[in-house]
Ligand binder design. Structure first.
Ligand code: GLV
Ligand code: MN
Ligand code: MN
Length: 411
């Protein structure tokens, strides 16, 4: 059948309305997982979905589902979406674009009277970013059975609130929503997202057919020393955790973050205790985010990071908490071909590329054929308040998504 076209103006207006949920003074978004700002975003998308005839539901991991029922009860659901949470200085498109584009595609089909054979399920995964609660991708990992509900419920934010407490508060707020079973069977998964890098813009392409996601490892590392008086404690007697951190960080930047441009090494968070000007620091907690497309290199560098911590922590002690160890993956080749063909049929220039950023699609890929559709973002900027995507690209990505969903439903 001839695909209907999505309503680009409506999609753009919805993205801008969602950007009001957690809007920052500099034009970005701070919408943390399971926060009141994310609740506001949920209310908006649930309202839009229900007015198009979609049914809202959730699961024990706080994932949100918006379902257009299909005609064939035996056919496995086709799922599409992304996440609504953001970094503290996030932009208006990361994650939320994939949810809004999915909703636009599915609402367009519902409004055109298309009754797909498969259920079409729009998803907003819980805590993709991992900024309030680390690690990220908790909702999709719990859905995929990669992490237990017990583990994610026990993770606490910086002020001591646990995921379990925040989830229970969200469930109370949205108590009318029916609960789906965690990990219910899915036939295929497609996630639309801004590229978060410069490749599509540089190559003057509008659609990225994502081949896979580069590997990622993360840690939370604690250095344990002893507090003391800044004026009286002899330097030789100090167990200064910040001094140990500076030695370790220098070696990591030099020996791991060094020459290979494909290595992405980041220390993004640092907590010093007691963090007082005249007290020798007794404890430093820091994060490491390490990425590389080659799994063997990623493993080698990961081992090197752990070795540096152990070799250079003295006279302090070190505790290593491994949070994420996700190898590079490859998306389904048939689904990649479907996306490429959808773009070609609409006359939209496309190319294949590897995702440098992480996405929930990584955790869906072992469950069912999965793939991603990228659109460009200005200057490749993301995880920043000035992140931007062009309205024409926003529309193009949602049109290609709609065609891809129709193909997956066999309609
Ligand atoms: C996802 O947000 C990532 O950090 O790659
Ligand atoms: Mn994202
Ligand atoms: Mn992100």
């Amino acid at each position: 059948m001839q695909s209907p076209a999505i309503d680009g103006d409506r999609l753009w207006s919805r993205l801008m309305q969602l950007a009001e949920c957690g809007a920052t003074a500099k034009g970005g978004v701070n919408r943390q997982a399971l926060s009141l700002e994310e609740h506001a975003a949920w209310r908006l998308v649930i309202g839009w979905a229900e007015s198009a005839g979609l049914a809202a539901s959730t699961d024990a991991a706080g994932n949100l589902f918006l379902t257009l029922p299909g005609s064939d009860a035996e056919a496995l659901p086709v799922m599409t979406g992304s996440h609504l949470d953001s970094q503290p200085t996030g932009g208006r498109f990361d994650g939320v674009y994939g949810v809004a584009a999915a909703l636009e595609a599915v609402c367009t089909l519902a409004e055109a009277g298309v009754k797909p054979s498969h259920d079409l399920v729009v998803v907003a995964w819980m805590n993709e970013e991992g900024s309030r609660f680390a690690p990220g991708m908790m909702g999709s990992e719990a859905f995929a059975g990669m992490r237990s509900l017990e583990f994610i419920r026990g993770v606490r934010d910086a002020v001591g609130i646990s995921v379990g407490e925040a989830l229970d508060a969200q469930m109370a707020e949205f108590s009318a929503l029916p609960r789906k079973r965690l990990g219910f069977p899915i036939g295929a998964y497609v996630e639309a997202h801004i590229e978060q890098g410069p490749v599509l813009e540089a190559e003057e392409k509008v659609i990225g057919v994502v081949t896979g996601i580069q590997g990622k490892k993360t840690w939370e590392i604690s250095l344990l020393g002893e507090e003391g008086h800044a004026g009286t404690l002899a330097t030789a007697d100090r167990r200064d955790a910040l001094d140990a951190f500076s030695r370790i960080a220098q070696r990591m930047y030099r020996e791991v973050g060094g020459d290979d441009p494909l290595v992405k090494f980041t220390i993004g968070r640092l907590r010093v205790e007691p963090n007082a000007p005249s007290v020798v620091p007794s404890r430093v907690v820091f994060s490491i985010d390490l990425r590389h497309p080659d799994n063997a290199v990623l493993d080698r560098l990961g081992d090197a990071l752990e070795r540096i911590c152990k070799e250079s922590c003295a006279p302090c002690d070190v505790e290593l908490k491994r949070l994420v160890s996700a190898p590079s993956n490859e998306f389904d080749s048939n689904l990649q071909a479907t996306i490429e063909q959808s773009a070609r049929q609409r006359g939209i220039p496309s190319m294949h590329l590897l995702s440098a950023a992480g996405h929930d699609a990584r955790y869906m890929a072992p469950l069912c054929p999965s793939a991603m559709i990228f659109i460009p973002c200005r200057d490749g900027v993301s995880h920043a308040e000035h992140e931007w995507a062009e309205p024409a690209h926003v529309t193009a990505g949602a049109d290609v998504l709609l065609d891809t969903l129709l193909t997956l439903c066999g309609d």
